[in-house]
Ligand binder design. Structure first.
Ligand code: SAM
Ligand code: SF4
Length: 319
């Protein structure tokens, strides 16, 4: 289905939980979030019904996210049933990787074709600092597990934070030489009033290119989504630059989001929401049509002083 601005909506980001085993400083408050009651969260049956409704409107690609999707106990069954929905061509998953050593192969068997793993630093102390409770060893074990599970693609997501990991741009980018992975640098988004980050934390993706003058722009690549792709000589994967702050990609936005508590979000940076919780197939489809037609042409400027209007933290939306 097309929205009011001619954008074909083919991609749904599906959050299966707002809970997480980490507490990344840019995403979640230290004390976590007020835990939702079980009955507020979409059941597996409701999730699959929502996927069927989305597929009937032309969604072909799903990204399972959270919170941390791998902490949901029936995640394998959700992935398997979502992948089997008619019209769904691809099921991808975004994870912090901590639980991949036990789940990578079962996820592959369940029909997940691509995995994105979040990794902002290769320094153990900095990893513990930014995630507040994870270890770099666990994340690297997750990466190794993803690489040996036979996914079609493994990508690493690194949120670029001035004064934190801009001194690691080269070492993170060089992971594309060591492993068959893409490394995507994502600009830090000001999601809520977070005292951990000030103006200097928000840096544009262009600094990546300043550090990597040998990177070559990859044109005519099918697999780019919203990322601008570059490649280091001799690398096995690409470097992606995702610039939601310095150069938003609203004109190409083909996505809709469904939160774990059943709210469709037409736009990440708007508090506008349409509930599908408790509805049948036709009810969900009608809400989805409304949500798609409510997609704004673009979102307001984001900056250190102009925060997102999302109205929720990132783990509650599904990044
Ligand atoms: N827990 C999983 C993970 O960390 O990959 C999936 C959910 S997480 C919300 C999805 C992605 O959103 C991660 O790559 C994370 O780094 C990114 N993210 C969270 N908060 C962000 C922010 N304020 N700005 C930019 N990216 C953010
Ligand atoms: Fe958890 Fe992912 Fe948010 Fe980190 S970015 S706190 S791993 S949901």
């Amino acid at each position: 289905m097309k929205d009011n601005f001619g954008r074909q909506i083919t991609y749904m980001r599906l959050s299966v939980t707002d809970l997480c085993n980490l507490r990344c400083r840019y995403c979640m408050p230290e004390d976590g979030i007020c835990k939702k009651r079980h009955e507020e969260i979409l059941t597996e049956e409701e999730i699959i019904l929502a996927v069927q409704a989305a597929a009937s409107l032309g969604v072909t690609k799903l990204r399972i996210t959270g919170g941390e999707p791998l902490v949901r106990c029936n995640i394998l069954s959700i992935c398997q049933h979502a992948a089997a929905v008619e019209g769904i061509e691809e099921v991808c998953l975004t994870t912090n990787g901590i639980l991949l050593p036990e789940l990578a192969r079962p996820l592959r068997t369940a029909g997940v074709s691509r995995v994105n793993l979040s990794l902002d630093t290769l320094n153990a102390k900095k990893y513990a600092h930014i995630t507040r409770r994870g270890t770099l060893d666990e994340a690297m074990a997750g990466l190794e597990a993803a690489l040996s599970a036979g996914f079609d693609k493994v990508k690493i997501n690194s949120v670029l934070i001035g004064g934190f990991n801009d001194d690691e741009i080269i070492s993170l980018a060089e992971l594309t030489k060591k492993y068959p992975v893409d490394v995507r640098f994502i600009e830090l988004m000001p999601m809520y009033d977070n005292k951990d980050f000030d103006e200097k934390s928000y840096i544009p993706c262009s600094v990546v290119l300043d550090k990597l003058p040998e990177a070559v722009l990859q044109e005519n690549t099918k697999d780019h989504g919203v990322a601008k792709l570059y490649r280091l000589p001799g690398a096995k994967g690409n470097i992606g630059l995702i610039s939601p702050v310095s150069a938003h990609f609203c004109a190409q936005c083909n996505r809709i989001r469904l939160t774990a508590d059943g709210k469709l979000k037409p736009c990440l940076h708007s508090s506008d929401e349409y509930s599908v919780k408790g509805l049948d197939f036709e009810g969900m489809k009608a809400q989805m049509e409304q949500a798609i037609l409510a997609k704004p042409a673009f979102h307001a400027e984001l900056s250190a002083t102009s925060k997102s209007n999302a109205g929720r933290t990132m783990n509650q939306i599904g990044g």
